[in-house]
Write a protein that binds this ligand. Structure first.
Ligand SMILES: Cc1ncc(COP(=O)(O)O)c(C=O)c1O
Length: 471
C-alpha cells in the first residue's frame, strides 16, 4: 500500500497519533486494509499527512502492541490476520463531544471569563521564586486548617477597608473555592435546613444545595434584588444572597431590603444569611456598596467571597467569615480537617497582598473592565431599542434584553452555530418567575479583548439579523 488516505483533525482534543491509530485499526477490522498489506513507511506517511514521524511511530507502536500489525526488520509494517470483530462504533458520549466540538467557540460571552492579558506575571513569579529560594521549610508541613494566619490577617484588613466587613482573622476560613466552602457552611448550619435562594441565581449553588439534599425555596429577584417580602412569607431558615451585584441580573439589594433582610434573620435564633460578595471589587458607578456583614449587629451574616474574579479563577482560593457565635461549632466539626489550599500559594498571595500589589492590581483591572464596559455599551447603542442592557453598575457581565420574535434558546442556538456562546438568563432559573425573562441573556465581557468588543457585538447582531437603527 503506497499511501493511507486519512483525515486527521489537527485541532481536536484527541492526540494525532491516537486518531491515526484509530483510523488504521478501523480499516483493518472493517477489511478496507487487507491482511498482509504492507503499510507505508513512517517517513512517507508522515510526509503525506504532514505530521511528524514520531506521531506515526507512536500509532504504529500501539497497533503492534495490540497485534493489528507486525514489524519486519528492514522490510516494513504488515497487517496481521485478526479474528473477525465487529468494529465498535464510537460511543454516544464520544459522538456528543464531536457534536459540541462542531461548534467551536470563537467568541465567548461566558461570565466566568476574566481578562488574562493584564495579569502581573512578573510580580507573581517573584513571590513564587521567593517562596522556594528562601527555603521556607515550614511551608512543607501541614498548616492551619483555617488557612494561614498571615493570609487571614491580610484578608481581614482588606475586607475592613474595602468592604466594611468587621472581623478578626480568627473568624476567617480559607478554602479552595466557593463551591468547596458552601458545603462546609451547610454542615455548620445543620442537617435538614431550608435555604432560600435567588431566582434566577448562581447555578452552582442550586446544584450544590440539591447534591447535599438540602431543600431550597426559590425567591424572585427584581431590580432591587431578592424580594424579601416573598422570603418573609416562606418557611426558609437560611437565605443565600448576592446583595452587592445579584448574579445574574446585576441588581443591587436596595437599602430598605437590606434592613428588611437583616430583620428577618434577627427574628429567629437559627436564621442566617449567606452573603456571597463574589465580584464586588469591580464597581463602576457610584460608591462601593458596603457589605451586609458590616451592617449586621446580631451575628447573622456569614460572608463569603473569592479571589476567582479579582485575581484568577484557577487560583482556587476563597474564604468565608463566620459570626463569632458559630466559631465553636466550626472548631468542633472541622478541627480534624486540613486546609484544601496549598500553603505555598497561600504564602505567595499573602506577600502579594502585604506589599500592596493586590490593591494595585484591582485598581488596574477596574479601569480595564470599565473601558471594556464602555466599549460594550457604545457597540450596542446603535442597535437600540431592539436590544438594551441592564445591571451595568458592577462586575464583568451585563444583562442583554433582545426584543425579537424568537425565544432566547433559539437565539442562543443560532449564535452557537456561528461559534458564539451566549447564555439565556432562564438557564439560571430554578422555577418560573413573575417577571418574564424569556428575552434576556447574560453577556460576560471580562474575557473579551477591548479592541475586539465592537467586532464581536457586530457579529452577534449580524447572526441575529438585528440591524443598526442609528450610527
Ligand atoms: C455568584 C458567584 N459566587 C461565587 C463565584 C466564584 O466561585 P469560586 O470561588 O468557586 O470560583 C462565582 C463565579 O463566577 C459566582 O458567580
Amino acid at each position: 500500500m503506497d499511501m493511507l488516505m486519512i483525515q486527521l483533525e489537527k485541532d481536536s482534543a484527541t492526540p494525532l497519533y491516537e486518531q491515526l491509530y484509530e483510523e488504521i485499526k478501523k480499516g483493518i477490522i472493517e477489511g478496507t486494509i487487507a491482511v498482509q498489506t504492507k503499510l507505508p513507511s513512517k517517513r512517507k506517511l508522515s510526509e503525506f499527512l504532514s505530521i511528524s514521524q514520531t506521531t506515526v511511530e507512536l500509532a504504529y507502536a500501539q497497533l503492534i502492541a495490540e497485534g493489528y500489525i507486525t514489524s519486519k526488520s528492514r522490510v516494513g509494517f504488515f497487517v496481521e490476520a485478526i479474528e473477525e470483530l465487529a468494529y465498535v462504533e464510537k460511543t454516544t458520549s464520544q459522538q456528543m463531544i464531536k457534536t459540541t466540538k462542531k461548534h467551536k467557540i470563537l467568541i465567548d460571552f461566558n461570565p466566568g471569563k476574566i481578562d488574562t492579558s493584564s495579569f502581573p506575571f512578573t510580580t507573581w513569579r517573584k513571590y513564587a521564586k521567593d517562596a522556594i529560594d528562601d527555603h521556607k521549610q515550614d511551608l512543607l508541613l501541614i498548616g492551619s486548617p483555617q488557612g494561614e494566619q498571615e493570609l487571614r490577617e491580610q484578608i481581614a484588613s482588606y475586607l475592613y477597608q474595602s468592604r466594611g466587613v468587621l472581623c478578626s482573622p480568627e473568624q476567617i476560613v480559607i478554602g479552595s473555592g466557593t463551591e468547596q466552602l458552601l458545603p462546609m457552611i451547610m454542615k455548620l448550619l445543620g442537617e435538614d435546613n431550608l435555604y432560600a435562594i435567588e431566582n434566577p441565581g448562581y447555578a452552582l449553588t442550586h446544584h450544590i444545595f440539591s447534591q447535599y439534599n438540602q431543600s431550597v425555596i426559590p425567591i424572585d429577584v427584581d431590580e432591587d434584588g431578592m424580594q424579601i417580602q416573598q422570603l418573609e412569607g416562606s418557611s426558609a431558615k437560611v437565605a443565600y444572597v448576592t446583595p452587592s451585584h445579584q448574579f445574574p441580573t446585576g441588581a443591587v439589594l436596595s437599602a430598605s431590603r437590606r434592613a428588611q433582610l437583616l430583620n428577618w434573620a434577627a427574628q429567629e435564633e437559627e436564621r442566617y444569611i449567606i452573603e456571597d460578595d463574589y465580584d464586588s471589587e469591580f464597581r463602576y458607578i457610584g460608591k462601593p456598596i458596603a457589605s451586609l456583614q458590616g451592617m449586621d449587629h446580631r451575628g447573622k451574616v456569614i460572608y463569603i467571597s473569592t479571589f476567582s474574579k479579582s485575581l484568577m479563577p484557577s487560583l482556587r482560593i476563597a474564604y468565608f467569615v463566620l459570626p463569632e457565635k458559630l466559631l465553636t461549632r466550626y472548631h468542633d466539626i472541622f478541627t480534624y480537617y486540613t486546609s484544601t489550599v496549598p500553603r505555598f500559594e497561600q504564602h505567595m498571595l499573602t506577600q502579594f497582598m502585604k506589599d500592596g500589589y493586590f490593591s494595585k492590581h484591582l485598581n488596574r483591572m477596574r479601569k480595564i473592565y470599565r473601558k471594556k464596559l464602555e466599549k460594550l455599551t457604545q457597540a450596542l447603542d446603535p442597535y437600540a431599542p431592539t436590544v438594551s442592557i441592564s445591571g451595568e453598575q458592577a462586575g464583568m457581565h451585563v444583562v442583554l434584553t433582545v426584543r425579537k420574535e424568537m425565544s432566547a434558546t433559539d437565539l442562543s442556538n443560532i449564535a452557537l452555530q456561528q461559534g458564539i456562546r451566549i447564555i439565556p438568563i432562564k438557564e439560571y432559573m430554578i422555577a418560573p418567575t413573575a417577571q418574564n425573562r424569556e428575552d434576556q441573556f447574560l453577556l460576560g465581557f471580562g474575557g473579551i479583548e477591548e479592541a475586539e468588543i465592537t467586532n464581536t457585538i457586530q457579529k452577534l447582531m449580524d447572526c441575529w439579523r438585528i440591524r443598526r437603527t442609528a450610527d
